[in-house]
Design a binder for this molecule. Structure first.
Ligand SMILES: [Zn+2]
Length: 685
């Protein structure tokens, strides 16, 4: 359960708007006068590929660097699994396109060839031929005839070598798979009333299984294992054979994906050798699980993993999220390797240590406060390598494991991905800020503190905001009904906004000065009143809870502070801007609204919630909405962003001993994708 992640990802382009042009933490690398974080590597259609920086890598010990190197190799080794999970012809399609890219000796500068190249880049980006957001198949913008001529221009011996089929055979399989939009149109179908297995083209189920058969199979499995809490089905393909028999084929060494998993295990074993003692056991469990395919081993791994919270280097590797299965049994393969951000994690620790002070001093009524507040523990990390389901698009925060029973009995680990935040901010900030912030002073503040202020806001929102306050006796948790989520998010946001301008936050060392708080106010108000509207279709109301909560807060404080011009609407050259004139007064308005939202929640005042949300959080001024969309059209802002990983290489002495692991940020998108395929993709079966 990557809690809040999908929404964050989706909001990333919009909400962090105003993020800094170039962030403090994107340190310059030795000898290079170049900023890594957010640097554009490639752009095609509405997709941009950028880099993230890895602060702290250089000062790691050799063993720590080696651990990262080995885990990064394991991360690449599993990549093909995800393609195959997503669709049965994905690997063949990828292989054919990559082979064309390498071998084609015709005109490589023609429009058609460039279009084919873009199609390949998109297949890499989405890990297959379906759009990862919409789940819909996308087709190349060249004709089948052109594609066919390109395939035929390459010798059959090449095709036989890489795919086991000649060009003619390939074309007959690929024509419907690539070019016919009516074939395997949707990767995951979740529409009620249809057979979700039959109408989804993911490759978790084979042999024409029906939804009913799959559901029966797993309810039987649970009955056959009474008293066991393991979540069955996560790591296998379910197959119905000719004779009607239904069986699982586990994804393990010796099972399905044996080639890829054996390589993952090879690298995990190397990582285990250099891992600190308290991590060796975790890796051991993971290896046992990959070898046996036994999910009870995976439970042991998760329990061990969740028990180690202070690790310098931590990782996720396995079949994790189940969003790609319409019935949520099957895990998509994923790998994330992370380095603890010591400074950032100190910050979250200070919040957790002082949670009672924040609770006691919040502007809410005494009767709604928690007597014994407990923060949600979380840490801040930097990504060192992304793989599988998290690559090339990355989450911004992760909370695992997913097994509910392990969460309840052993807890969970929650992380904020600081360098990914930075990179998004750096990539999106400049252009949008220039268009939507009125003054250079505002732009400068956002350039300097945008990323930090967003991160501290997220920390406070998660660690303090959601954990604060209490319900009066007899008030049910669901009393606010359909307004619950909007009000809950508003409460957490307001808690963070209120304390971001509190001198105590500086005194505790969470932020260096109140300019950080001011920056967040500028970013928040402008996102809510202007820039976030770009992602809402013209003429529509706000539906999504996070959008509603932000609009509600911004419009409420705008209206309440109108007489004193706390926030002022300014028109200049036909464009609308919002300028904050009085930050101190704005803070007290946030406090007032926080007290009211907490009262509504604590007393279960449904009418109060309805009134606030419907009055301030649903409607959009149609003229401003249109203006924002028009202004965005003039900007070069992509709809989706992905990342390339840094490249890690071993440095050896003359005797062949490894003496260092080097990191560089020079690899392009195509080079990285091709290199990974060259190293870890075999002949298509
Ligand atoms: Zn939240």
């Amino acid at each position: 359960m990557t809690v809040c992640v999908n929404i964050s990802l989706w909001l990333a382009v919009i909400m962090m708007i105003g993020g800094c042009m170039r962030c403090d933490s994107s340190a310059k690398l030795s000898g290079e006068a170049r900023t890594i974080s957010g640097e554009r590597v490639d752009k095609f259609e509405d997709i941009e590929i950028i880099r993230y920086n890895v602060p702290g890598f250089e000062s790691l010990s050799l063993n720590e660097k080696l651990m990262i190197y080995y885990m990064a190799q394991a991360s690449m080794a599993g990549r093909d699994i995800l393609y195959d999970q997503h669709y049965k012809y994905n690997l063949m399609i990828k292989k054919v396109l990559e082979t064309i890219y390498k071998e084609y000796s015709g005109d490589r500068t023609s429009e058609d060839f460039k279009k084919l190249e873009i199609y390949l880049k998109k297949v890499w980006f989405h890990n297959g031929i379906h759009d990862y957001k919409t789940e819909m198949k996308f087709v190349p913008s060249v004709s089948f005839e052109y594609f066919s001529s390109v395939v035929k221009s390459i010798d059959d011996t090449v095709w036989l070598k890489v795919t086991g089929r000649d060009g003619g055979e390939l074309l007959s399989v690929l024509r419907p798979a690539i070019f016919d939009e009516a074939v395997d149109t949707k990767r995951v179908n979740k529409a009620q009333g249809q057979d979700l297995i039959q109408t989804s083209s993911v490759n978790f189920y084979q042999g024409n299984l029906t939804q009913k058969e799959v559901e029966n199979f797993y309810s039987q499995k649970r009955k056959q294992n009474p008293g066991k809490k393991t979540v069955w089905g996560l790591n296998s393909t379910l197959i119905k054979y000719q004779n009607g028999k239904i069986e699982e084929e586990a994804w393990s060494v010796g099972g399905k994906y044996s080639r890829e998993i054996s390589k993952i295990v090879y690298w995990l074993e190397k990582a285990r050798e250099v891992a600190p003692d308290n991590q060796k056991e975790i890796i051991e469990h993971l290896i046992n699980y990959y070898r046996s395919g036994n999910l009870e081993e995976f439970d042991k791994y998760n329990i061990a993993w969740v028990g180690q919270t202070g690790l310098g280097i931590d990782f996720i590797n396995g079949f994790i999220e189940t969003y790609s299965d319409p019935l949520s049994y099957k895990g998509s393969w994923e790998s994330v390797i992370q380095l603890r951000d010591k400074e950032g994690s100190k910050r979250t620790q200070i919040l957790v240590d002082n949670v009672q002070w924040f609770e006691d001093n919040s502007p809410t009524d005494l009767q709604f406060k928690k007597e014994k507040a407990q923060g949600i523990s979380a840490s801040v990390i930097n990504i060192v390598a992304l793989g599988g389901d998290s690559y090339p698009t990355s989450p911004l925060g992760i909370n695992l494991p997913n097994a509910e029973w392990i969460r309840e009995e052993y807890g969970s680990k929650s992380v904020t991905l600081a360098n990914i935040h930075d990179a998004y901010d750096a990539a999106s900030g400049g252009t949008v800020g220039k268009e939507f912030y009125l003054t250079q002073e505002e732009r400068d503040l956002v350039a300097k503190y945008g990323s930090l202020s967003n991160q501290v806001h997220t920390d406070m929102h998660e660690c303090l905001g959601h954990a604060s306050g209490k319900l009066l006796p007899g008030v049910r948790q669901d009393a606010l009904g359909n307004y619950h989520s909007t009000m809950e998010e508003a409460r957490a946001d307001l808690f963070a906004l209120y304390y971001l301008m509190d001198p105590k936050t500086v005194e505790l060392g969470i932020i260096p000065n109140l300019d950080v708080g001011k920056t967040k106010y500028i970013v928040y108000i402008n996102a809510a009143l202007l820039t976030m509207l770009n992602s809402v279709p013209l003429g529509e109301d706000l539906e999504e809870d996070h959008f509603r909560n932000r609009m509600m807060i911004a419009r409420w404080v705008y209206e309440k502070g109108a007489s004193g011009k706390v926030i002022e609407q300014v028109k200049k050259d036909g464009k609308t801007y919002y300028r904050i004139n009085d930050f101190v007064k704005l803070r007290s308005l946030f406090g007032e609204l926080l007290a009211e939202v907490q009262r509504i929640k604590s007393t279960g005042d449904y009418e109060g919630a309805k009134n606030l949300v419907e009055t301030y959080g649903v409607k959009i001024d149609p003229e401003i909405h249109k203006e924002v969309i028009d202004r965005f059209k003039t900007l070069d802002v992509p709809k989706m962003r992905g990342f390339v990983n840094p490249r890690y290489t071993l440095k050896k002495d003359e005797a062949g001993n490894i003496i260092d692991v080097l990191i560089d940020f020079d690899q392009g998108y195509v080079d990285q994708m091709m290199e990974c395929s060259d190293l870890y993709s075999g002949v298509i079966q």
